[in-house]
Ligand binder design. Structure first.
Ligand code: HEM
Length: 182
């Protein structure tokens, strides 16, 4: 079985060099100069200055038509041209988690248009979502994006759009880390 558990190790060595670290909400993370994304396990101990664990999981909210659109145009991580990355760990509030699945879907898509907006930035932005909440981590989600320098502005525009939505009212911790492939 291919591994689905990853460690994001923040420290002083690694494949990705930190160019900017910005705490938007909640507690900051300790300053680091590099991040490594490594295949891991639930029991593997911590390394670096901090380690955040995430799991590649199933989709929760995406409907069939959306899934097909995403699969048709999305690109994988690791494109040689995508020399820039963003690592954005997020946590959502208890209010969010107390909602029912259909209420959360309504906020994410009918109100906030998360997928609809995101689709406009594909395939330029490659993305991967890792889940952390169910393994007792400090964040609920670890998000990772890769893009070419020419698409950095588009990525900023996407973040600006998403952060204004109703969905983001439920985000209570967010740290935005920008990286360059070392
Ligand atoms: C979830 C698409 C950009 C943060 C999702 C889901 C989709 C999606 C389809 C739902 C997954 C599911 O069904 O469980 C996209 C597309 C993007 C994009 C196409 C274009 C690049 C972003 C950005 C952020 C972000 C810039 C900001 C950090 C998240 C988070 C979740 C999520 C935290 C999980 C939400 C939850 O389960 O409550 N995204 N997204 N996404 N996305 Fe995005």
């Amino acid at each position: 079985m291919s591994n689905t558990i990853f460690d994001f190790v923040g420290g002083t060595t690694g494949e990705w060099k930190v160019i900017k670290m910005n705490t938007l909400k909640g507690d900051a993370l300790a300053e680091i100069t590099h991040i490594d994304r490594t295949s891991s396990s639930l029991i593997k101990g911590n390394e670096g200055i901090w380690t955040l664990k995430g799991i590649v999981s199933n989709l929760r909210y995406t409907e069939k038509a959306e899934k097909e659109k995403l699969i048709a145009i999305q690109e994988d991580l690791g494109r040689p041209s995508a020399t820039q990355a963003a690592f954005i760990p997020l946590r959502k509030s208890a209010d969010w988690w107390n909602l029912a699945q259909d209420e959360r879907r309504k906020i994410m898509e009918e109100s906030s248009k998360h997928t609809q907006t995101g689709l406009k930035y594909l395939p330029a932005i490659a993305r991967k979502l890792f889940h952390s909440r169910d393994i007792g981590e400090a964040f609920d989600f670890l998000t990772w994006f890769e893009y070419a320098p020419a698409d950095e502005e588009a990525f900023e525009e996407l973040l600006y759009s998403l952060r204004k939505t109703e969905e983001w009212n439920y985000v209570d911790r967010e740290v935005d880390i920008r990286l360059l492939r070392g």
